[in-house]
Design a protein around this ligand. Structure first.
Ligand code: VG1
Ligand code: CO
Length: 541
């Protein structure tokens, strides 16, 4: 097998964002581009003698990228490659495989919920040996390495083994192709009471939309085979390179198929969907959407019903995620940590056993069984709660709000902005608000306005400027930050949270959303209409 060292002119734009490096697919298809990023990862994490997990969400360019990684790892004498069958692996399953096999690191091919295909996006993330997404110090080192890269090393061969389960030798490197679903499904079976859930699903089925993404085979294995759910309730389970031309983003705007299935099967009590790489989850009752912040709070409040969460001591949420879970933590005596956006910030807290449950407003929830968010795990948590409480999701939510109050929450996204202009606008807004502490806005008093800086309590590493946080005491918050996952122009995210006490005598919800009033304050204060000629957000979640 011939080994080639290919000289290149370094690429200067391989800076990982919130979750790996994401770019339009055609960008990755440039000559040497994918190879450059892989070499930068290898240069930082090492490759000779290492064990590496490889898999992806099946989107267009998945196969090509896997082929490149295998050829480069073999040329650079990796000891062992653990590759998913067909190259298909969800992000949570990848995290598990790394831990289960004590691998040195993993490379996950995914742009998550971004659309795929030739005209969509592709991405690469890399996770360390506890299964956690590389922290900022490592992603920064990879970026630095990529900017100085002068060559990469790869072997030339037309004869790689097929991605079918089995053991293979390629030169000095061992390659094991593993079932992508079996180990993960076994883990879920250890964490939950499958007998109880099987019984429950007999009369109160779940409808699950895999959105033609990586979770399809897992849903069939876990909900179908192991929990006995009729497969008619599992929709869009065939992974497709372009997700069936859909948007594999589990949120109300893309829930048409799920809603139609829930209507078709009125006996279903829970609806759920997951994203391209299976780490996100949306849960819903019949005509009753559950906000991810509420979902996290409900899971914490009902952790006694969830076998793997018994003994919960600490929880984590990202800063923009609503404080609904803080109220639960306070009442139940759990420690509560607030981290910047992105799962990578939970890794050290989980490793240090400071938290056993964590989540993000962006439909991410997980525990300490792995180091990634986990869509199917969250659905199994909800099924466990429903099976124990014998209530509908709407009844569970209502009861929760009565006990803890309700944190209304919405995210208002403005897409396609000029990055520098948007960034300056947030800074100016922050400075203006900081001068107005104590002022009244409608019936709210401004108490705090500053960028969120985070110091990791396990190692003292600091991450600055992680979003502008504007507080109106315990009552409300507005948070502004720019997305770190977009691939075409900047996206401004405005997160609004408003707490409402729901007494026994006022169980009905207000007809208008109080978060809209907060969004209007931010929109007007930043003068978005004039500055960007945008009179309303592109999307409200
Ligand atoms: C978004 C979400 C963030 C999430 C990240 C990766 O990042 O807001 O909460 O961790 O996506 O999720 P940003 O920077 O665009 O706001 V995934 O499922 O796309 O890996
Ligand atoms: Co994802």
């Amino acid at each position: 097998m011939q080994i080639i060292t290919q000289k290149i002119t370094p690429f200067l734009d391989q800076k990982p964002g919130t979750s790996g490096l994401r770019k339009p697919t055609f960008h990755w298809q440039q000559e040497h581009y994918t190879e450059s990023f892989i070499q930068a990862i290898f240069n930082v994490l090492g490759v000779r003698g290492k064990t590496i997990v490889i898999g992806g969400d099946g989107r267009y360019h998945n196969d090509k990228a896997i082929e490149i990684i295998i050829k480069m790892a073999v040329a650079q004498k990796a000891a062992k490659l653990i590759v998913a069958e067909g190259g298909l692996l969800t992000t949570p399953a990848a995290s598990h495989l790394i831990r289960f096999n004590k691998a040195d690191f993993g490379i996950i091919l995914s742009a998550s919920h971004n659309p795929g295909g030739k005209n969509g996006d592709f991405g690469i993330k890399f996770n360390l040996n506890a299964g956690q997404p590389a922290p900022e110090s490592v992603t920064e080192a990879v970026f630095a390495a990529s900017k100085e890269l002068e060559s990469y090393t790869i072997c030339e061969t037309e004869h790689l083994p097929p991605l079918r389960a089995g053991f293979y030798d390629i030169e000095d490197t061992k390659m094991e192709v593993v079932s992508s679903t079996a180990d993960y499904a076994d883990l879920m079976e250890e964490l939950f009471d499958f007998d109880k859930l099987r019984e429950f699903l007999k009369t109160r089925p779940l409808v699950f939309d895999a959105m033609h993404a990586a979770t399809g085979p897992y849903a069939l294995e876990i909900f179908g085979k192991r929990l006995g759910l009729d497969e008619k309730y599992l929709i869009n389970t065939i992974p497709l390179p372009d997700f069936g031309a859909g948007h594999p983003d589990p949120q109300p705007s893309y829930a048409q198929d799920l809603n139609a299935a829930l209507e078709q099967y009125p006996e279903a009590v829970l609806g759920a969907a997951s994203d391209g790489d299976g780490d996100r989850n949306m849960v819903t009752g019949q005509k009753f959407f559950i906000n991810p912040c509420d979902s996290l709070a409900v899971i914490a409040a009902n952790s006694a019903h969830i076998p793997c969460l018994r003994g919960l001591k600490g929880i984590g949420r990202t800063m923009p995620t609503s404080r609904a879970i803080d109220v639960v933590a306070k009442q139940k005596g759990f420690n509560c940590y607030q981290t910047p956006t992105g799962w990578k910030f939970f890794g050290n807290l989980l490793n240090a056993d400071k938290i056993q449950l964590c989540g993000e407003e962006s439909f991410g929830t997980s525990g300490n069984h792995i180091r990634e968010k986990d869509g199917i795990w969250a659905v199994l948590c909800w099924l466990s709660i429903l099976a124990a409480e014998n209530k509908t999701p709407a009844e569970i939510m209502q009861a929760h709000w009565q006990t803890y109050g309700r944190h209304h929450f919405n995210r208002f996204d403005y897409e396609g902005l000029d990055k520098e202009a948007a960034s300056k606008m947030i800074t100016a807004f922050g400075e203006d608000m900081a001068h107005r502490i104590g002022s009244r806005f409608d019936n709210l008093t401004l108490t705090h306005a500053a960028q969120f800086d985070y110091t990791d309590p396990t190692n003292g590493e600091t991450s600055r400027n992680q979003g502008l946080e504007i507080q109106f005491g315990e009552q409300a918050r507005i948070i502004c930050r720019l997305s770190g996952t977009d691939t075409r122009g900047a996206t401004l995210r405005i997160y609004c949270e408003y707490w409402q006490q729901i007494g026994e005598h006022e169980p009905h919800l207000p007809s208008t959303s109080p978060t809209q009033a907060l969004a209007t304050i931010a929109h007007n204060a930043m003068n978005i209409s004039e500055r960007f000629d945008m009179h309303q957000p592109t999307n409200i979640v």
